[in-house]
Design a protein around this ligand. Structure first.
Ligand code: ADP
Length: 441
């Protein structure tokens, strides 16, 4: 169209020139119109170029005709491109959010091994700071020699374990790290916190070592006696003495196996529900009678001579009903009372009482025994942790009693509390939430 109008204007100018002065004027007229139109076109192109280079391509232009149409088409294309860019940006944000949400640390490395991006988990694992550490070489920041060696290898098929740098954790953090190649020479560094797995592994190894040790000792003693009995012809009285000693070792192993089974049952079963009812009075009658017998056995007297050598003060048990598992509660309370009897020297006093307030119901076992130094208290309920190792052995302890009691308390929604003063005695408390007490009629 503009070409047509240019031709029309040129024809008009040529016609007018012809009409006024003949052929030369016609050519001149057409030329003037052509030059004018060309000039106008150049100016408008320049205007278009300035507009394209300017910051605002979206607002309406005040041009007309072909130029307005060109501007509008450009605006439509720009809008379409903006929409595509926004969609890509949104998708990228979704990817980044997904990687952020990952429980594992993700760090992107460029071809030179410099850090391009990392998620918050990686920052926490490796102690990275987004403002400080971008574009730093990863080996300069992850300074574990195991990692440096691993990074220098060509193959990264397996993961390696390094020390993490978490500032929040009280003790060492163990990280499993692995490099994965992607793109052209880029690498993805994945980190996984395996502290709890490593801890559980170490605990399992310790546990197996402890159990083996606990079983090996009585077994060695037993096999020694068996060998002696086989090789040396002993008088009958001596034989009986040996057999008695063998029976003690056998019963030690039986107690250990029984406690191990109790622990594994506690760990492998669902927490107690609220359906089973335990009569506190009936439970305490059994505990008191067991405590009397134990005190008598520990007195070292023979046969009929045996009598309780402690002052056992069982306050009258309340007529309460506890909602829980009877066998577990009996085992937990018996452990506390038998410990008090075993560790309190003859003549000492042991007091057992139930109490309650608005929130909890408590069974407390106090003794006038040797007491326990504060540094041992937090570790008492660890498996096989003993303060007085020889007393524990002498009295048939397995080192698992308090671990069982704590487990039972926790399974019933409660806890085991210990208060003790060296030289004065100890109080062990089995604390249960008040919801475990059946409301009284
Ligand atoms: P054990 O079978 O050795 O008694 P426990 O788990 O029952 O194992 O107790 C752990 C340790 O706590 C005991 O070895 C003992 O040293 C200490 N302990 C437990 N109860 C008492 C107590 N009433 N008085 C003093 N020490 C105690």
């Amino acid at each position: 169209m503009p070409v047509l109008s240019l031709l029309l204007w040129m024809a008009l100018a040529a016609g007018l020139g012809w009409w006024f002065s003949g052929g030369l004027a016609a050519t001149l007229g057409a030329l003037v119109v052509a030059i004018f139109c060309f000039g106008t076109m150049v100016w408008k192109l320049h205007r278009l170029e300035r507009w394209l280079a300017g910051p605002d391509l979206h607002s309406d232009v005040a041009w007309r005709g072909l130029w307005r149409e060109i501007a509008q088409r450009i605006q439509r294309l720009v809008k379409q491109r903006d929409r595509q860019v926004a969609a890509h940006e949104q998708r990228l944000q979704h990817f980044l959010q997904a990687i952020q949400a990952s429980p594992n640390g993700v760090t992107l490395l460029d071809e030179q091994g410099r850090i391009e991006w990392f998620n918050d988990t990686a920052a926490a694992h490796l102690g990275l700071d987004i403002r400080r550490d971008l574009l730093q070489h990863v080996v300069h920041l992850v300074r574990d020699p195991v990692f440096s060696r691993y990074f220098a290898q060509n193959q990264h098929d397996a993961e390696v374990v390094i020390e993490g740098r978490s500032l929040s954790a009280a003790h060492g953090v163990k990280l499993s790290v692995q490099l994965h190649a992607y793109g052209e020479g880029r690498q993805l560094l994945l980190t996984r916190d395996i502290t709890s797995i490593a801890l559980a592994d170490a605990m399992r190894r310790d546990f197996v070592a402890n159990v083996s040790h606990e079983i090996r000792t009585p077994l060695t003693v037993l096999s020694g006696f068996v060998e002696t009995l086989q090789l040396i012809p002993l008088p009958e009285k001596e034989q009986h003495r040996y057999l008695d000693l063998m029976a003690v070792q056998a019963s030690r192993m039986q107690s250990l196996v029984a406690d191990l089974l109790t622990l594994s049952q506690l760990e492998g079963s669902l927490p107690p529900g609220m359906n089973e009812k335990v009569q506190v009075q009936e439970l305490m009658t059994q505990v008191a009678s067991d405590a009397q017998s134990l005190s008598a056995v520990l007195s070292g007297q023979d046969g009929d001579q045996r009598r309780c050598v402690h002052e056992l003060l069982f306050e009258p048990a309340p007529a309460w009903v506890v909602l829980g598992v009877r066998s577990e509660l009996l085992s937990a309370i018996s452990n506390l009372v038998s410990n008090a009897v075993r560790y309190t020297p003859a003549g000492g006093t042991i007091r057992v009482a139930w109490s309650r307030d608005a929130e909890q119901v408590t069974l407390s076992v106090s003794d006038t025994g040797p007491g326990i130094a504060p540094e041992h208290l937090p570790r008492l309920s660890e498996r096989f942790y003993r303060v007085d190792r020889s007393r524990s052995r002498e009295t048939g302890g397995t080192g698992l009693g308090l671990a069982i009691t704590k487990h039972v308390a926790q399974r019933h929604g409660g806890e085991l509390r210990i208060e003790s003063q060296v030289g004065k005695g100890s109080t062990f408390m089995l604390v249960l939430p008040i919801s475990r007490l059946e409301p009284q009629a």
